[in-house]
Design a protein around this ligand. Structure first.
Ligand SMILES: NC(=O)c1ccc[n+]([C@@H]2O[C@H](COP(=O)([O-])OP(=O)(O)OC[C@H]3O[C@@H](n4cnc5c(N)ncnc54)[C@H](OP(=O)(O)O)[C@@H]3O)[C@@H](O)[C@H]2O)c1
Length: 235
């Protein structure tokens, strides 16, 4: 039997790093990726020291063509097989609608929504051929509801849930699964300086455990829009 292989975007920090660690512990061969080469090198070295089989690939998913190149290089390394794609890389912008420029819109959407569309399409082709695979999209509670100054981010995260629902419908006849995770505040560099203290936030490892739980389910079972909330909080 082939080993399990995964591509986790934004896996040098926060939620993506925690997911990659849990997968590595489970024996997955993983492609780690992010923009910062030095950070990526450190993370890959750390994984290898622990005996995990990993490949580091630098990619800026905002730039045209880099998602496609990342996917092609991933398949080169895995020998054409992919069990899991985690669309995790993302960014946050807090702005009133009247302050959002076309450039803001394009830049955030290209990372949070366009790159997941491109990578999911490519992964779907591979997974349908295998008749097996899972695509995980890291959405947000802001993908279920929008508040003042979250329109841009929320639109991208609502969009990820739409992508997930279509992937699920298109993949089901081929045994390919898709699911979206919708966490509230998670203690990562993205939320540094937020009004909630890191100790009161969801931990990145909690999100990782949900992903691993989904992977452990029987072939006919899926989770849909898993909401992870902070105890006693509404966001
Ligand atoms: N933290 C939260 O409270 C929270 C809650 C709900 C959902 N989420 C979602 O969870 C995901 C991960 O967030 P996080 O909090 O773990 O963030 P984080 O710690 O800031 O990590 C972001 C990761 O994405 C990579 N990245 C950023 N821009 C990129 C680009 N243009 N191209 C390729 N990679 C890029 C970063 O590496 P480089 O900077 O080196 O590129 C890093 O590895 C995001 O989609 C976020 O929207 C977060």
């Amino acid at each position: 039997m082939k080993e399990h292989t995964a591509l986790v975007t934004g896996s040098t920090s926060g939620i993506g790093l925690a997911i990659a660690r849990e997968l590595a512990r489970e024996g997955y061969r993983i492609v780690l990726t992010g923009r910062r080469n030095a950070l990526l090198k450190d993370v890959v070295e750390d994984f290898r020291r622990q005996g995990y089989d990993t490949k580091g690939l630098v990619a800026d998913l905002v730039k045209p063509g880099e998602a496609e190149q990342l996917f092609a290089e991933t398949l080169d390394w895995t020998g054409g097989h992919l069990d899991l794609l985690v669309n995790n890389a993302g960014t946050w912008q807090q702005s009133a609608v009247e302050d959002i420029t076309r450039e803001d819109f394009r830049s955030l959407m290209s990372l949070n929504l366009e790159a997941p569309f491109i990578l999911s399409g490519l992964a779907m082709k591979t997974m349908k051929r295998q008749r097996k695979g899972t695509i995980v999209n890291i959405s947000s509670v802001a993908g279920l509801e929008a508040w003042a100054q979250t329109a841009l981010y929320s639109a991208s995260k609502f969009g990820l849930r739409a992508l997930t629902q279509s992937l699920l419908a298109e993949g089901a006849p081929f045994g390919v699964k898709a699911f979206a995770v919708c966490p509230g505040y998670v203690a990562t560099p993205m939320t540094a300086g937020a009004r909630v203290s890191p100790g009161d936030m969801i931990q990145p490892e909690d999100v990782a455990r949900i992903v691993l739980t989904h992977l452990s389910l029987s072939p006919a079972t899926v989770l849909k829009d898993v909401v992870i909330s902070r105890l006693g909080a509404e966001d």
